[in-house]
Design a protein around this ligand. Structure first.
Ligand code: ARG
Length: 485
């Protein structure tokens, strides 16, 4: 490995002789920060401190940020308009090369910011060297990262909406299906399949709301807060904010360069999305078992076993559930990362990006695949319907019928509980008990109980706002169809 300060002597001589640094020689300087350093850096430090391996994902945002910065420097007179134009054009060229994969990122230049800036200097000389006026990598990285997160949020929002659409799409196929609803994974009360689909739409809607809300805090401009104290140069931060679509300026330079709360909040939102999907995945893994037999999964999203020829395994769902662990882990890492950091910037913060990238990649993939599975799965209607009379799904409605006859709830609960006990012993549904049993339990339980019992009646009896009653659900379906159209 070449010594980082190899050109030191050449530079000193040039400075002594001419009073200025020769451009070509200064370019030879290995590190942008090497001025004060006298010795070599341990070769291991380069590998240990570099981030370009992963933060090159910020390249497009870095170029956007630098372009806006260059325009601003020109409008406040810190660059001539010709210089700004050269910088902007070269940044665009570098951007094209990065996109085409022909740009070579160099580890020794640490990170994406220095790689791009160095390329600019190599191509434009002193003009390129002016770009870093009035900014530091501390505000630059935060700006780039905010832009990147903003882009990810917008992409993710579209994907979440697609998943919502997939759930709403099911209402057209399975509108008439009644499912057993569970609490504690024990049969509880019947619900309309449409109610079930919309439950996930609601969860995803809150996730989308959280993205919008978090985006407001992400969308504040750090650039121009410089290293930690701001700058004495007459920059115009508002112009940069306007150019980049930031809603406001971070007000305190110390705060701006030191915090990653915006990234952590985003990771929390991603974590909740992953948690929601893991609930759904777990449910569908169960539903796809022979024991439940509610669902056949699209084979394109299953895999087989190398030893058991009959196996069709729900691996995609299992990994949606399993990958939630790493998303939770990433959030945990970030929370620990910032704990106890003194103001302002600390290099620890460089560890933030991989965690965020990983959570975004993971959640995006999970949402995309979930959309495909939700769209492609088939409810096994007969199998579901054949066992709806199990689990006394209508017991609560019968209790409420009794309450309607003026019986206090606690008493009604006890009476129906005893009837369920009798039916359990006989291994029959409530509707199969003789009228005499109902009459003996309470005089108000006459032959009308048979109009109340059964899952269809139990579902249709529901009227409260937000319940699974057909009128309520129909209204919600219409609302969702309209919202997502
Ligand atoms: N790669 C660095 C990061 O991600 C950029 C900021 C470096 N700032 C510094 N003062 N060394 O945090």
């Amino acid at each position: 490995m070449a010594a980082p300060c190899a050109s030191r002597e050449v530079r000193s001589t040039a400075l002594a002789l001419t009073g200025r640094l020769d451009v070509a020689e200064f370019v030879l300087t290995k590190k942008a920060w090497s001025g004060v350093f006298e010795g070599d850096t341990d070769p291991r430090v380069e590998q240990f401190t570099e981030s370009v391996r992963y933060d090159q994902r910020l390249a497009a945002q870095d170029i956007r940020g630098s372009t806006a910065h260059a325009h601003m420097l020109a409008s406040v007179g810190l660059l001539s308009s010709d210089e700004a134009q050269q910088i902007v054009a070269e940044l665009a060229q570098i951007g094209r090369e990065i996109e085409a994969g022909t740009f070579v990122f160099r580890t020794e230049l640490e990170d994406v910011h220095m790689n791009i800036e160095r390329a600019l200097i190599e191509r434009l000389g002193d003009v390129g060297r002016k770009l870093h006026t009035g900014r530091s990598r501390n505000d630059q990285v935060s700006t780039d990262f905010r832009l990147w997160i903003r882009d990810s949020m917008d992409r993710l929002d579209v994907k979440l909406r697609d998943l919502q659409r997939a759930f709403v799409g099911r209402t057209e196929r399975d509108g008439d299906v009644i499912l057993p609803g569970y609490t504690h994974l024990q049969r509880a009360q019947p619900v309309l399949a449409n109610h079930y689909w919309l439950a996930y739409c609601e969860k995803l809607e809150r996730d989308r709301d959280r993205l919008v809300d978090c985006r407001e805090r992400v969308n504040q401009l750090p650039l121009g807060t410089a290293a930690l104290a701001g700058t004495s140069l007459a920059i115009d931060r508002q112009q940069v904010a306007d150019a980049l679509g930031f809603a406001g300026l971070l007000a305190n330079s110390l705060d701006s360069s030191s915090d990653r709360d915006f990234a952590i909040e985003f990771c929390f939102v991603l974590t909740l999305i992953a948690e929601h999907l893991s609930t759904w995945a777990e449910e569908w893994i169960l539903w796809a078992t022979s024991e439940f037999d509610f669902l056949s999964l699209p084979q394109a999203y299953c895999t087989g076993s190398s030893i058991m020829p009959q196996k069709i395994n729900p691996d995609v769902l299992e990994l949606v559930r399993g990958k939630t662990a790493r998303v939770v882990g990433n959030l945990q890492s970030l929370l620990v990362l910032i704990k106890g950091l003194p103001l302002a910037y600390n290099r620890d913060l460089q560890e933030d990006k991989e965690r965020v990238f990983d959570s975004v990649d993971t959640v995006e993939a999970c949402v995309e695949l979930a959309t495909a599975v939700v769209t492609g799965a088939e409810l096994k209607r007969e199998s579901i319907a054949a066992r709806l009379d199990r689990g006394y799904l209508d017991a609560t409605t019968l209790m409420e019928y009794l309450i309607g006859q003026g019986v206090p709830q606690r008493l009604a609960h006890e009476i129906i509980g005893q009837l369920v006990g009798q039916a359990m012993k006989l291994e029959v549904p409530l509707a199969a008990l003789p009228l005499a049993s109902f009459q003996a339990a309470h005089a108000a339980l006459d032959e009308k109980v048979f109009d109340v019992l059964g899952v269809r009646q139990a579902v249709e009896a529901m009227t409260s706002v937000g319940s699974t009653g057909p009128a309520q659900v129909a209204r919600q379906v219409a609302l969702w169809q309209q919202r997502l159209s």
